[in-house]
Structure formats: C-alpha cells, structure tokens
Ligand binder design. Structure first.
Ligand SMILES: *Cc1c(COP(=O)(O)O)cnc(C)c1O
Length: 405
C-alpha cells in the first residue's frame, strides 16, 4: 500500500456519517476510488522467517483468509468506527449473524456456566440459547426481558452472561439496556446485545453498558438483499482470552466478496435506515387508522407500552412495524396474498418492503402456547418498511385489506 494516497486524517476525528463512507479505506498503489476486493484465500510470505514470525504474532501481515483478509478488515474497521465503540473494542466479521451469535456464546462460555436471556428472540438465537447451549452443558434461563426483576431472579452463582435483543424480533419489546447492564456487571456477567433491529444508526449498546454487540450484516448493512454476513464486537481482552482463538479455529469467516458488498452497504446505510424509519413513522399513523387492523406497533409511537424507554436509549424507532389483521389466520393469509407491491419474505432491513407472518414461518418452531405468550398471534405481521414511496405502500395495504376481506 502506498502512503501518499492513504487518507491523511485520523478517522476518529470524523463524525459518524463520514466514518461510514471513509472509515477503513485501504487504497492500493493504483489509487482506486472504490475499495479493492482481495478475493484470495491465502497470502504469500517474503521469506520463511517472516512466515514463522506471522504465525507467532510477532510480525503484522496476513496469513490466511480464515484468520483475516484485507477486505474483511476494512469492513470491520468501518463498522467499528461507525459504532463509535470504546478504544478497547475490536470487531470481527462473520459469515452470518447467527455465526456471530453462536460465537458470542460458545466463544467464551464453558460447560457448567449459565446464561440468562430474554425469551423474545430471533428464531435462530433462541435455538442456540434454549436448545444448543444446554445440550453442551451451558445452562440457560429464558425470561421476560422487559421485567428487570425477572433478570435478577434468574441469576445463579454460575451466571456468566445475559443475552438480549432490543427491540426484539418480531414483537418489538424493549429491554432496559442501562439497568440490565448494571445488573449483569454487579454479578460479574457479560451483557451480549443483538443490535440488529435498531442498527448502529439508532442504538449504541456500548454507551449503554453492553460488553459484546452482535449483528446480522445481512439486514440493514447490506440493505439490498444480496449477501449474508455478520459481526461481533467485543473488548480486546475477550478476543485475546478465548473468543479470538475460537473464531480462528472454528471457521465462521466472512467471505471477502461479501465483506466488500457490506463495506459498500455501510456507505449508504445511514441514508437508507433514516429514510426507512421515516417511512415507518408515516406508515404507523396510517395503520392505526385502518379498519381491520389492530395493535399497530412501533417503538417510537406513543401507543407502544415502552415508548419512554425506547426514546431513552434509541435515537430513532427503527425500520420495522408490526400489526394484526383482524379475523385470524385466514384473514391474515388473504391479506398477504392480496398484496401487489409488498413482498412476502422473511428478510428485513431491505430497500424493498417485506412482510413476514411470524406465527407460521420464523417462529413456527415454537409451541403455540409460547408463541401466544410472546404476543405472536395468528393475525400478526412484521413489516420491514422499505424505501418505496410510502404512499404506494399505504395504497397496497389499503387495497389488500379491502380485497382480502
Ligand atoms: C436475521 C437476524 C439474525 C441472524 O442473522 P443471519 O445473518 O440471518 O444469520 C440474528 N438476530 C436477529 C435479530 C436477526 O434479525
């Protein structure tokens, strides 16, 4: 890399939106505008001694793309800058969001440890904590994440971690990050936060006390439905202790190609997420006014039972709304099938508005009683609001409500 075309400024002196566009840029000798993609599995060494020193961590330089890769490193650096995490936090890209969640639990907990988790979780997160962890000797307790007393009551002498999503998928429950972090730290446990729904644009979990933050980069970071990816952000000493070795030797690595797509996605994420959130705000008022729709919910809407908490820890309400179509499952399916613009899908954070019926798809694995406890009903939908003109989204919903009836 040539020094003369490297950015001269200190990226930490930049504000978040500048960091998202320029952070982590690493120009080659050709001076390309867009980041180069290092689509290589391995690297060569100038001599045998250099290979030895790199393996011993005595000399900087790449070894193998399962460990790290320049394009992946650029993505990690840009996300770290955007997150504005404390100086002792590092970021590692992963192949998917679930690889990051999996590593956040198994990368440093051992058989005999205990984890407390909010029960309102993305389906795969719930599988990891509820089923996989106990199978491997890590006890887990699922609680109502909104209830601070429930967190406290679940603590055991061997509790090593708290896990949560806020807002939660799909019911948009809010967990009090500051209070839960204080409680976790009072017993020496780590707080792991899945920050996918809020995105780094609207919520900064490290400022609120989190120790590990995980992302599915598949969602808002790509934002255009192209690639899978994830990231895990944690303090350096956690990576140095067990997590780094775990990632290196279990292989959940992010592909350089996907890292490149995500790196470019970060450049426009702020614009996209803020516009999608504005569209969601616009839509929530409309949904509340529609006959045949009940319980329209959005974290920053005055009718959300935890709106004050949401506004106290997020700077925007996010890009997801939920609502119920009255008339049970048949009416819900008729509504979904009558949509002409909004797609039925399970992704979120996309430029295209995507509608999910959690009861029969993402959360169908859970027993019915548990789905109802979580507030997932037969008529409930999760809508990831896209970048289309909100008037077209409203027209589509209004038309589908009429013709689906
Ligand atoms: C999508 C998602 C995940 C999993 O991410 P993948 O990239 O699909 O593996 C984890 N948590 C939340 C909240 C998600 O929405």
């Amino acid at each position: 890399m040539s020094d003369d075309i490297k950015s001269k400024a200190d990226p930490k002196s930049w504000r978040a939106r500048t960091r998202a566009v320029r952070g982590g840029t690493l120009r080659s000798q050709h001076g390309e505008t867009s980041e180069a993609m290092f689509l290589t599995s391995g690297f060569v060494y100038p001599n045998a001694g250099s290979a030895e020193r790199r393996f011993k961590n005595e000399e900087p330089g790449y070894i193998y793309s399962r460990f790290n890769n320049p394009t992946v490193a650029a993505f990690e650096e840009r996300l770290l800058l955007l997150e504005d995490a404390p100086d002792d936090v590092e970021c590692r890209g992963t192949a998917t969001g679930l690889a990051a969640v999996h590593a956040s639990i198994f990368g440093h907990l051992s058989a005999g440890d205990h984890v407390v988790s909010a029960r309102a979780l993305f389906g795969g997160c719930r599988y990891i904590i509820e089923e996989l962890a106990p199978r491997l000797g890590i006890q887990s307790t699922l609680i109502d994440g909104r209830d601070l007393n429930a967190w406290e009551a679940a603590i055991r002498p061997n509790t090593k971690a708290f896990f949560l999503e806020t807002p939660s998928n799909p019911t948009l429950e809010i967990c009090d990050l500051r209070a839960i972090a204080r409680l976790a730290h009072s017993v020496g446990a780590l707080l792991i936060v899945d920050n996918v729904f809020a995105s780094p644009i609207f919520q900064k979990p490290f400022e609120l006390g989190a120790d590990i933050v995980v992302y599915s980069a598949t969602k808002h970071m790509d934002g255009q439905g192209r690639v899978l990816g994830g990231a895990i952000l944690a303090k350096k000493d956690l990576f140095a202790d067990k997590l780094g070795v775990f990632l290196r030797n279990t292989g959940p690595s992010l592909s350089p190609f996907n890292a490149w797509v995500l790196l470019k996605g970060l450049e426009t994420m702020d614009l996209r997420v803020r516009q999608q959130a504005a569209n969601a705000v616009d839509l929530i008022g409309f949904l509340k006014s529609q006959k045949g729709i009940a319980n329209a919910r959005y974290p920053f809407d005055e009718t959300h039972p935890q709106v004050a908490l949401a506004k106290g820890q997020m700077s925007g309400g996010g890009t997801i709304v939920t609502f119920e179509v009255e008339g049970g499952r048949e009416a819900a399916f008729n509504f979904a099938n009558a949509l002409e613009l909004i797609d039925i899908s399970n992704n979120l954070g996309d430029a295209k508005s995507l509608l999910t019926h959690p009861d029969t798809t993402t959360h169908a694995r859970l027993p019915e009683e548990e789905r109802r406890t979580l507030g997932i009903t037969e008529g409930m939908f999760r809508l990831s609001v896209g970048l289309e003109d909100p008037e077209d989204i409203k027209d589509d919903i209004a038309r589908a409500l009429k013709s689906g009836r």
